[in-house]
Design a protein. Sequence first.
Length: 124
Amino acid sequence: MKRELGIARCGLACCLCSENVKCNGCGSNECPDNDRCENKRCSVEKEISHCYMCQEDCRKGLLSKIKPYTFTMFIKKYGEDKLLDCLEENEKRGVVYHRDGIDGDYDDFDDAEQLMNFILTGTR
């Protein structure tokens, strides 16, 4: 885990991304989708650093996917440091962020509350 890379604007965990060997996170403007990222464009327009700072319950862009949406909701409820702590602890327990391409253990959910509980406990 590269904790210093933190969480992307949309809620994805740059700190655990398998691409982080050649990417310095969302804020570095090195993301391959940098120029077409709907979540980045929206948050820049709203002058906020992350989607979790927005008051809307948004499902635009990557927030249409369960993992970034739930990570964003988790941060709204518990804070970014708590999410990073849980992700780090879960990684130590063997939870994998990217197992097959960009899909991993956090993608195996259809329900945000169940995923939030998994983040907190590392167990299903």
